[in-house]
Design a protein around this ligand. Structure first.
Ligand SMILES: Cc1ncc(COP(=O)(O)O)c(C=O)c1O
Length: 360
């Protein structure tokens, strides 16, 4: 089956909404979109907001393509990477018939988007190993076998994985992609890729049109509030997703914030922050491992660390009482008594360690 044959049959050839912006290019007097002709009151940053924004601003698409090593026609910019996950699910899964495959414990939105689309969720849990450097492993053969038997249209590989924190070796992603050619779209979610020592799966894409990579400016580029995520995929798939996407998904203000983050100065600042974060991650991991309340510190290729405590619920409450908010991930069967701790600024990490040290 070709990539486009994996798309829902009822969406084949669907062109989407024909917006005023799409229908007409050029001109000086814009009387075609029922916008206000006056700029809104307020600061300079709001000028231009009386007009609908460019759905996919060329300068931003090009900057993101350069950042991730892709061609501009392989890039779709969405509201965070959450939106491409939703678009992929809706484009590929026939409600009540098709399924997505996830490897829990993993990021919750894959299953949420499947649920909203009434797609089934096949689970192939990560395998616990005895290797302290890689305590969770992808069950490559089971992923392939499941995907080939059930009506799986999307396989999510999260690397580095949230919440376990480890990146997947590229060779494993390649094996899954090779086995599922023509059968399912393989999505590698690299939301935390900037913190990992491994190369991006974008480097694997050439022979695999059904391999999709997700990236985001929410983590390493400090723009969670702007909601700018990138899907990197075959141009034919990008065209299908554009057709089902909202006509004007990106606000002009957020697109400009992203361009600022991708300017030479913005990129330098992000690189400095990534370097600080990596050294803080190492410092935090060794300090946490020395605390009496800590049972295990999991290795991390991301901007967070998963820590098993003697009593995670008590630590969570004690930290909250001190104003420090952590994420309780102990609902995942593979992570009993575990909290997920985002690496903060050096001062925030000091405060966390001081509070943890003060626990009985
Ligand atoms: C693995 C993973 N993917 C995607 C996302 C969504 O990120 P965003 O929509 O902000 O790009 C997150 C957010 O935490 C995540 O952990």
């Amino acid at each position: 089956m070709s990539l486009l044959e994996l798309i829902r049959p009822d969406l084949q050839g669907f062109g989407g909404y024909s917006s005023a912006r799409k229908e007409a290019q050029g001109g000086q007097v814009f009387l075609n979109a029922n916008e206000s002709p006056w700029a809104p009151a307020g600061e300079a940053w709001s000028s231009g907001l009386n007009r609908y924004p460019d759905p996919q601003p060329e300068a931003l698409v090009t900057a993101l393509a350069d950042l991730y090593g892709a061609a501009p026609d392989e890039v779709l910019v969405g509201r965070g990477s959450d939106e491409p996950i939703d678009l992929l699910t809706r484009a590929l899964c026939v409600a009540g018939q098709d399924a997505v495959l996830i490897c829990p414990p993993t990021f919750g939105m894959y299953a949420v988007c499947a649920r909203v689309q009434n797609a089934a969720v096949c689970e192939v849990p990560l395998r616990a190993t005895d290797d302290p450097a890689a305590p969770f492993a992808l069950d490559v053969e089971a992923v392939i076998a499941q995907a080939l038997t059930a009506s799986v249209k999307l396989v999510y590989l999260c690397s580095p994985n949230n919440p376990t924190g480890q990146a997947l070796p590229l060779e494993q992603i390649e094996r899954v992609a090779e086995a599922l050619r023509g059968r399912a779209v393989v999505v590698v979610d690299e939301a935390y890729g900037e913190f990992s020592p491994l190369a991006s799966a974008v480097t694997l894409r050439a022979p695999f049109p059904h391999l999709v990579v997700l990236r985001t400016l929410s983590k390493a580029y400090a723009l969670a509030g702007a909601r700018i995520g990138t899907l990197i995929a075959d141009p034919a798939l990008i065209r299908v997703l554009r057709a089902i996407m909202a006509p004007y998904p990106l606000s002009q203000v957020c697109a400009q914030a992203a361009l600022n983050a991708l300017s030479p100065e913005g990129l330098r600042s992000a690189q400095q922050h990534i370097a600080t974060l990596l050294s803080e991650r190492a410092r935090l991991a060794s300090a946490l491992a020395r605390l009496p309340s800590v049972r295990r510190v999991y290795p991390s290729d991301a901007n967070f660390i998963v820590v098993a405590f003697a009593d995670a619920a008590a630590v969570y409450r004690a930290m909250l009482a001190q104003g420090i908010v952590l994420r309780d991930v102990s609902k995942h069967a593979a992570l009993p008594n575990c909290l997920r701790i985002s690496v903060g600024t050096p001062a925030e990490n000091d405060r966390l360690l001081t509070c943890l040290e003060s626990l009985a």
